[in-house]
Ligand binder design. Structure first.
Ligand code: HEM
Length: 356
């Protein structure tokens, strides 16, 4: 199999937006997320996206923000010494409300324990551990999730209710996989982003009014998913003349494309919030993908004209508490080719401030 690596922003964007390339990112993790919106293509994919759109309505986004506002201090009290479990537990509350698992409360540690192996298995393609072991652990966690965390029947506006109303689209197995995708999508990358932004700001502090731009700049420099795979469905000649043959696979390198000087300037490798970017680009580059598979949850992260995005709320609270890396406990990277941590210990100014 030939695998061309795509590093220019223009080529990356053209491939991701083209319907002449198919999704190829998730073969090994198919037992967990096969058949979900992430891996579908063509008209069936479009139909699935439309069905899922209500989960990102303006009302839904406001509700997720409320959940984070209500549960943040408790998560900080329980997990405030390490940004990885903290980020995961905050976004678990959001995911649980989106999926329809109800208020997690005291059930949070139990779900957190299942989340670790699930997240590793959903991204097994990138794991540096034995892939068969990672998948087996993930499938065991998934089985425990199904038995221990049933969706609340009839809870309005949730993924579970939406799927229950469309048995023609989701049978039981497909519904469990979609839940696993949403659980992973709303926790994994968000926890990674929280670590990267606190880490970056600890080295290059910015005033509060620059935080939205600092978040976007962190997203650009550290895309949690470093590459997306696609397969050409026909011979495709890209606008710059590059020919990709039918059947050829391409790895769209988001990390490289997001540092393309043609779009982000000669100092594209630098952390410079608020930088000017080429007209066609977003400040976070291709971190949320582009085209048909563009991240469904982007507005949760970056906000909209009416909601600021949950990260700003979390960051603002952590900054109030004086968050900084713990000099005595070094961060631990996860066993994966993605740039992600298993642990990022921090200190907060004082435990009384944690809202306990
Ligand atoms: C920092 C946070 C996030 C990042 C960096 C991120 C990144 C991405 C990327 C790169 C894709 C495209 C995958 C591809 O083209 O193959 C994607 C798709 C997706 N994301 Fe996100 N995501 C984030 C947060 C979220 C959240 C909070 C949700 C909420 C549930 C979410 C749900 C999804 C879904 C459902 C898809 C599949 C869409 C489709 O294939 O049509 N993501 N995400």
């Amino acid at each position: 199999m030939t695998l061309a690596r795509i590093t220019s922003y223009a080529e990356a964007d053209e491939i991701l937006t083209s319907r002449r390339f198919a999704q190829e990112s998730k073969h090994e993790s198919a037992p967990l997320v096969g058949g979900t919106v992430l891996v579908m293509d063509g008209p069936a994919h479009l139909r699935r996206r439309r069905l899922l759109a209500p989960l990102m309505s303006r009302t839904a986004l406001a509700a997720y923000d409320d959940v984070v506002a209500r549960t943040l201090d408790e998560c900080i009290r329980a997990q405030g010494d390490d940004l990885v479990p903290l980020g995961r537990s905050v976004f678990l509350q959001l995911a649980a409300s989106m999926i329809g698992l109800g208020d997690l409360g005291a059930r949070t540690p139990r779900l957190l324990a299942l989340l670790g192996p699930l997240l590793e298995a959903v991204t097994v393609e990138w794991s540096t551990r034995d892939h068969a072991v990672v998948l087996a652990e993930g499938l065991a966690a998934r089985d425990a999730l199904v038995t221990q965390f049933p969706a609340l029947p009839g809870a309005a506006g949730t993924l579970a209710t939406l799927m229950a109303g469309r048995p023609d689209e989701w049978d039981d197995e497909a519904a469990v996989r979609e839940v696993v995708l949403f659980l992973a999508a709303s926790t994994l990358n968000n926890a990674a982003l929280l670590v990267h932004v606190v880490d970056e700001l600890s080295r290059r502090p910015v005033p509060d009014d620059v935080l939205p731009a600092a978040l976007a700049e962190t997203l650009r420099l550290y895309p949690p998913t470093v590459a997306l795979l696609r397969r050409a469905l026909t011979d495709v000649t890209l606008r710059d003349g590059r020919l990709v043959r039918a059947g050829e696979h391409v790895a769209v390198d988001l990390h490289a494309a997001n540092r393309d000087p043609a779009v982000f300037g000669a100092d594209a490798e630098e952390f410079r919030p608020g930088r000017a970017v080429a007209e066609r680009a977003r400040p976070w580059g291709l971190t949320f993908g582009s085209g048909p598979h563009l991240c469904l949850g982007r507005a949760v992260v970056t906000g909209t004209a009416v909601t600021p995005g949950v990260h700003l709320r979390i960051l603002a609270r952590l900054r109030e508490l004086g968050v900084r890396p713990d000099p005595d406990r070094p961060p631990v990277f996860a066993p994966t080719a993605q740039r992600r941590h298993d642990s990022y210990p921090v200190l907060l100014a004082s435990s009384e401030n944690r809202g306990a």
